[in-house]
Design a protein around this ligand. Structure first.
Ligand code: GLU
Length: 465
C-alpha cells in the first residue's frame, strides 16, 4: 500500500452528475494506480437538502461505473460531535469568535461597502467582543492578520496565490449550531489522512480559506488538484439544457459504463491521439500531469461513438444480460423467441446503444411482425407469390441453416426465378422483420430458425395484395 489517500466527497442533494463522476473517476484511477486508498465521504451537513434517496442514487451510479471505494462511505452527519469540539478548540485559542451581527446588519454593511466600491466582506465588528449576550450567533474563523497571501501548488493548474485581503472571517458554525462546508471538509480530510484532494475547480476559491483552517487547527496541508469543469457546446457550464447530465440517465439511454468511463476520462485528460481506454488502461496510464488546465466541452456524438465501439467489441453474453431489461421494457416475451446471445451477435454491428439494440431486436420476439407501410406496399404484392413459395420450399428443403446451406438454397431460388440476390432478400426481409433494414438475411434466418421463418413467410403470403 502506498501512502496515497484520496477521496470523493459528494453532497447528497441530487443524482450523481457526470462532472462529479469524472472527479470520482480521477480519484479512483490514481488510488488504484498507486495502490493507495480511495475514501468515499458523504457530505450531508446540509440536513435540509440531503436525502437518503440521493445517497442511494450516488452509490448506485458509482457502483455501475465500477468505482469501488476502499473506505467508507463515511457520513458527515455522524461526526457532528467532532466538529463541535473543533469549533470549541478554535474558540478557546482565540482563532475563532462568536459573531452576533444580524442578517439586516450584514446586509447594510454589504450595501455600504458596495456603494463605496469596496468588496463586500465582513468588517470584523465582533472580532474584539468579549461579552457573550444571550442572542443567536454564528462562529467565525479569525483570518490571520500577519499573512499577506496564501499560495499553493496545484497539481493541475500550477502555483496559485490568493491575497488574504480578498478573504474575510469565514463562518464555520451557523446560528443553528451546524458547521459549514469549508470547516468540516478540512477536519475530515485531515482526520481521514487525505493527502491529495482532487476536486472540481469550482472549489478553487475555497482552497485558500481551507488552507488557513488546516494551519489554524494544526493539521498538515494536503496537496490539491483542481479539475476543470465540463461545459456544453455553447461553452456554458454543462446543465440539463445540454441533455442528460446524470450518470444513471446514461444507463437508461442504453450506454455501457465502460463507454462513459472512457469518455469522461478523455474529457480533460489525454495521451497522444489515443481514444480507446479500458479501465485497466486508465489505471495504468492516467496522470494528473496530462489533465488539461481548461474546461472540456461535452460532446455527445463522441460518447455515442465510444458506446457503439464498446457494443461492437463487447462480450455477447454480457451484452445479452444488459440488454434483457431493455427488451422486457418493451413488453416482449423472451421465452417465445430466439436465444438473446444470438440476437445480440446479429445486432452488435448495427446498434449504438442498448436502447437501439432492443428496438432492433423486437422483430425477433414478436408473434407477428409489424409491416412497415412503405415496405409492405413495395414488397408484399401478389407478384411476389411465386417468389415466396419458392423461398419457402427452398428453406424447407435446406438440411440446416448453416451459411453454406443457405447459400445453396438462395442460389437455387435465384436460378429458378432468374432474380438477383437483392430482389429475393429484400421481400424476404420484409416478411421476416417487417421492414427493409435488418442484420444480414442469413443471420436473421439463423437466429429465428426454420419454423419461425416459414411461419412468417406464410403470413406474408396471406398478406399479399
Ligand atoms: N461536497 C462537495 C461537493 O459536492 C465536495 C467538496 C470537496 O470535494 O472538497 O461539491
Amino acid at each position: 500500500m502506498s501512502q496515497l489517500r484520496v477521496r470523493f466527497a459528494p453532497s447528497p442533494t441530487g443524482y450523481l452528475h457526470i462532472g462529479g463522476a469524472r472527479t470520482a473517476l480521477f480519484n479512483y484511477l490514481l488510488a488504484r494506480q498507486q495502490k493507495g486508498t480511495f475514501v468515499l465521504r458523504i457530505e450531508d451537513t446540509d440536513v435540509a437538502r440531503s436525502t437518503q434517496e440521493s445517497v442511494d442514487a450516488i452509490l448506485d451510479a458509482m457502483d455501475w461505473l465500477g468505482l469501488s471505494c476502499d473506505e467508507g462511505p463515511y457520513y458527515q452527519s455522524d461526526r457532528f460531535d467532532l466538529y463541535k469540539n473543533k469549533v470549541q478548540q478554535l474558540l478557546d485559542c482565540g482563532k475563532a469568535y462568536r459573531c452576533y451581527c444580524t442578517a439586516e446588519e450584514l446586509d447594510a454593511k454589504r450595501e455600504t461597502a458596495m456603494k463605496a466600491g469596496r468588496k463586500p466582506k465582513y468588517d470584523g465588528t465582533c472580532r474584539h467582543r468579549n461579552d457573550q449576550p444571550d442572542l443567536p450567533y454564528v462562529v467565525r474563523f479569525k483570518l490571520p492578520e500577519d499573512q499577506e497571501a496564501v499560495t499553493f501548488p496545484d497539481r493541475i493548474k500550477g502555483t496559485i496565490t490568493f491575497r488574504t485581503e480578498e478573504l474575510d472571517d469565514l463562518i464555520i458554525q451557523r446560528s443553528d449550531g451546524t458547521p459549514t462546508y469549508n470547516f468540516v471538509v478540512v477536519i475530515d480530510d485531515a482526520e481521514m489522512g487525505i493527502n491529495l484532494v482532487i476536486r472540481g475547480d469550482d472549489h478553487i476559491n475555497n482552497t485558500p480559506r481551507q488552507i488557513l483552517l488546516y494551519e489554524a487547527l494544526g493539521y498538515a496541508v494536503p496537496e490539491f488538484a483542481h479539475v476543470p469543469m465540463i461545459l456544453g457546446a455553447d461553452k456554458k457550464r454543462l446543465s440539463k439544457r445540454h441533455g442528460a447530465t446524470s450518470v444513471m440517465a446514461y444507463q437508461e439511454l442504453g450506454y455501457l459504463p465502460e463507454a462513459l468511463v472512457n469518455y469522461l476520462a478523455r474529457l480533460g485528460w489525454s495521451l497522444g491521439d489515443e481514444e480507446i481506454f479500458s479501465m485497466e488502461d486508465l489505471i495504468e496510464k492516467f496522470s494528473l500531469e496530462n489533465v488539461g488546465r481548461s474546461a472540456g466541452v461535452f460532446n455527445p456524438d463522441k460518447l455515442l461513438w465510444l458506446n457503439s465501439h464498446y457494443i461492437k467489441s463487447g462480450d455477447p453474453q454480457r451484452l445479452a444480460n444488459l440488454l434483457t431489461p431493455f427488451l422486457e421494457k418493451q413488453g416482449l416475451d423472451l421465452s417465445q423467441g430466439p436465444d438473446i446471445v444470438a440476437v445480440v451477435k446479429s445486432l452488435q454491428e448495427r446498434a449504438a446503444t442498448l436502447v437501439e439494440m432492443a428496438e432492433g431486436a423486437a422483430f425477433y420476439y414478436v408473434d407477428q411482425v409489424d409491416y412497415d407501410d412503405k415496405a409492405r406496399a413495395k414488397f408484399l404484392s401478389t407478384e411476389q407469390q411465386n417468389l415466396f413459395e419458392k423461398i419457402r420450399s427452398a428453406l424447407n428443403e435446406c438440411s440446416d441453416f448453416s451459411e453454406e446451406s443457405l447459400e445453396q438454397a438462395f442460389a437455387e431460388v435465384m436460378n429458378q426465378t432468374q432474380l438477383k440476390f437483392g430482389k429475393i432478400a429484400q421481400p424476404l426481409r420484409v416478411a421476416l422483420t417487417g421492414g427493409t433494414a435488418s442484420p444480414s438475411i442469413y443471420e436473421v434466418l439463423q437466429v429465428i430458425g426454420r419454423d419461425r421463418a416459414v411461419a412468417r413467410i406464410d403470413r406474408a403470403l396471406n398478406h399479399l395484395a
